[in-house]
Design a protein around this ligand. Structure first.
Ligand SMILES: Cc1cc2nc3c(=O)[nH]c(=O)nc-3n(C[C@H](O)[C@@H](O)[C@H](O)COP(=O)(O)OP(=O)(O)OC[C@H]3O[C@@H](n4cnc5c(N)ncnc54)[C@H](O)[C@@H]3O)c2cc1C
Length: 467
């Protein structure tokens, strides 16, 4: 089995910057990503959009265009890169190398590495409103992925609903691309902006982000798109597919026709690999999600397993770049490729830059608070899409004695489908915490087991231990 000093899972901003840094320090590095090209979520398909399809840069914006430079450095770094390769298992024995198992090119491949950097980023928080499984309802992130990778966009009438910077950014990208938005339904609760004010002085350290946010708001205001504020009780309705959306805005009932509804309530760390590797996690009350416990150099509770980027806590693309550098310097020091003093200087520089990027987070968390209604879900709204489990069924399992998600899984099969709990894990923790009157940290999360991604029998049968 081939051995590398460092294996990086994820070629987004964190993974790419870690790979460039580690290669500069002389480490042997492999990077694996399930996407066909480096870039991650923010800079998805940036190579193609900066080259052959450069017209798209006009509406994807300057932050998107910035990714092309790092992607080019990454490609020139000499790191071995496996695109379109899905990591479905990773092992960290008590001592010695980590083993990574990947479905790639129709076969299963394995390799070993002295250190593992998980840079798998964030995923959108599932928004389980009634009717969210209807064709025509999708997430903002999914629609943005289609726009970035294929230039596709949803048919009108199009509604955007939710809260958070990505919602506003996508609305602005739609306006710039000439995509018509029938209305924006903001679920941000009244008074949230005022609650953000005490965080403003510290947030000024990240003034560039604030300025960008202000520009987005101005662009939306100038567009004339109708905005419904303080939206609650959102329901997607239709027989075979989405036909209309009902909601309350500032308490008043509203009904709008829609062919597409895009939902978004922020992003949360993707927990699958850190959970699989049995890393310790804690509940982040401000972002209402679990995140792995990390040292100030990005190491988890498992030796030589590191996390960089949004997978360790939501910080945005530039924070991901800096945290990738910090982790890579620490790993290079451990392998003796960078001497302690020079590594430490670089880490201090990257940490200062990271601090400036993160300064704005408390303000954003206060201005766009994660939805608390998810914890109170009940009735026949679907929670686990793969196994079609309702919120009421989860509450019934709680009443029958299921103390946490693993027992609920045994009762209901929730979390046993193809997504392996990514779509329902957080919701089920929140509902069980509410049902038992417990803190989510005590309720816990699914015990994640391999494969974390679907694997075909053919891929398994073609296991080639030599790679
Ligand atoms: C859908 C979505 C869209 C977003 N769009 C924007 C945006 O337009 N602008 C913005 O500022 N922020 C955006 N964000 C936030 C964003 O993710 C950034 O903060 C930034 O991309 C984080 O960088 P990262 O390197 O931590 O992770 P990411 O950029 O998310 O990169 C993680 C990479 O890991 C790969 N990966 C994950 N699991 C596996 C696996 N098992 N095997 C192999 N590869 C794997 C993914 O394919 C991905 O390329 C978005 C987030 C999401 C979830």
């Amino acid at each position: 089995m081939t051995r590398f000093d460092l294996a990086i899972i994820g070629a987004g901003p964190a993974g790419m910057s870690a790979a460039v840094t580690a290669r500069d320090a002389g480490l042997s590095v492999i990077v694996v990503d399930e996407q066909p090209a480096p870039g991650g979520q923010i800079w998805r398909a940036v190579g193609r959009n900066a080259g052959a399809r450069s017209g798209n840069l006009a509406f994807l914006g300057e932050d998107y265009a910035k990714g092309a430079e790092l992607a080019a450095q990454f490609e020139a770094s000499g790191a071995q890169f496996w695109p379109s390769a899905s990591v479905w298992h990773a092992d960290s024995p008590d001592e010695g190398d980590k083993t990574v198992t990947v479905a790639w090119d129709g076969a299963t491949r394995q390799f070993r590495a002295g250190a593992l950097l998980i840079a798998t980023g964030a995923m959108e928080r599932p928004v389980p409103v009634p009717g969210w499984t209807l064709p025509g309802v999708m997430t903002v992130g999914a629609a943005q992925t289609l726009l970035k990778s294929s230039g596709l966009h949803p048919e009108p009438p199009l509604l955007l609903a939710g809260s958070g910077p990505l919602l506003l950014l996508f609305a602005a990208q739609c306006i710039a691309a000439g995509i018509e938005i029938a209305a924006l339904l903001e679920t941000t609760p009244p008074g949230a902006y005022m609650r953000g004010l005490p965080h403003l002085p510290v947030a000024l350290l990240g003034w560039r982000t604030l300025l960008k946010g202000h520009r987005l708001k101005r662009q939306l205001a100038a567009s004339g798109i109708p905005v419904y504020r303080a939206v609650t009780d959102l329901v997607a309705d239709g027989t075979e597919q989405l036909e209309r959306v009902r909601f309350r805005s500032a308490g008043m009932p509203v009904e709008l026709e829609a062919a597409h509804l895009l939902l978004h309530e922020g992003v949360v760390p993707n927990p699958q690999l850190t959970r699989l590797l049995r890393c310790d996690h804690h509940w982040d009350a401000a972002q209402r999600c679990f995140r792995p416990d990390l040292s100030d150099r990005g190491e988890t509770s498992v030796d030589n397993v590191f996390v960089a980027g949004d997978g360790g806590g939501i910080g945005g693309a530039m924070a991901a770049v800096h945290s990738g550098r910090i982790a890579a310097f620490e790993i290079a020091e451990r392998f003796g490729s960078v001497n302690r003093p020079s590594g430490d200087v670089e880490i201090v520089k990257a940490r200062d830059a990271l601090r400036a990027e993160l300064a704005v987070r408390p303000l954003l968390d206060a201005m766009f608070p994660p939805p608390d209604w998810i914890a109170r879900l009940d009735g026949d709204v679907t929670v686990c899409r793969c196994e079609e489990v309702s919120a009421a069924a989860v509450r019934k399992a709680a009443a029958l004695g299921a103390p946490g998600p693993n027992q609920a899984k045994a009762f209901l099969r929730a979390g046993m489908g193809p997504c392996q709990g990514r779509m329902c894990g957080l919701t089920i923790t929140e509902i069980l915490a509410d049902a038992h009157g417990e803190h989510p940290e005590r309720i816990g999360y699914y015990r994640i087991r391999p494969p974390i991604k679907p694997v075909t029998l053919g891929e398994l049968a073609a296991l080639d231990g030599s790679d």
